[in-house]
Ligand binder design. Structure first.
Ligand code: FES
Ligand code: FES
Length: 156
């Protein structure tokens, strides 16, 4: 049995026939080839699969894709092309906040959502926004700094 899903993904309308139990992360990666969304734990613990659903960060490994029906999804590919990256992407790269990079798309999506709602977040607010994202490589100091710098860059 399949189900038809209609979504807007990175600004483009998409219609797909999927299995009703498919998770959004798998639909994005396997059916749409959007491999920037990573899968780490599949348990909602690591945040590597974070995407925006109607502008809000969600862990797409646990979200049945059908819940995104008639809704808008943004993945890391939709934030900015390599030649014009989102300020969070730019500052994370510049400040060494990404090492193996596996966690980075998830952090970028959580941070982008934060900056859309709060142009000048405090360190505490940044920590709160990325509380669902885990990084094994960097420690979090550089990531937090990069998000602060991105907020500054975005507001100028
Ligand atoms: S893969 Fe989704 S939270 Fe870890
Ligand atoms: S940069 Fe490797 S897990 Fe975060």
């Amino acid at each position: 049995m399949t189900a038809t899903i209609r979504m807007t993904v990175n600004g483009k309308p998409v219609v797909l026939d999927i299995n009703p139990d498919e998770m959004l992360a798998d639909v994005l990666r396997e059916r749409l080839g959007l491999l920037g969304t990573k899968i780490g734990c599949r348990e909602g613990e690591c945040g590597a699969c974070t995407v925006l659903l109607e502008g809000q960060p969600v862990v797409s490994c646990l979200l049945p894709a059908l819940k995104a029906n008639d809704r808008s999804v943004v993945t890391v590919e939709g934030l900015g092309p390599p030649q014009d990256p989102h300020p969070v992407q730019e500052k994370m790269a510049l400040m060494g906040a990404s090492q193996c990079g596996y966690c980075s798309p998830g952090f970028v999506m959580s941070a982008a959502a934060l900056l859309d709602e709060n142009a000048s977040p405090s360190v505490e607010e940044i920590k709160e926004a990325i509380t669902g994202n885990l990084c094994r490589c960097t420690g979090y100091a550089k990531i937090i700094l990069a998000i602060r710098e991105a907020a500054r860059a975005k507001s100028h």
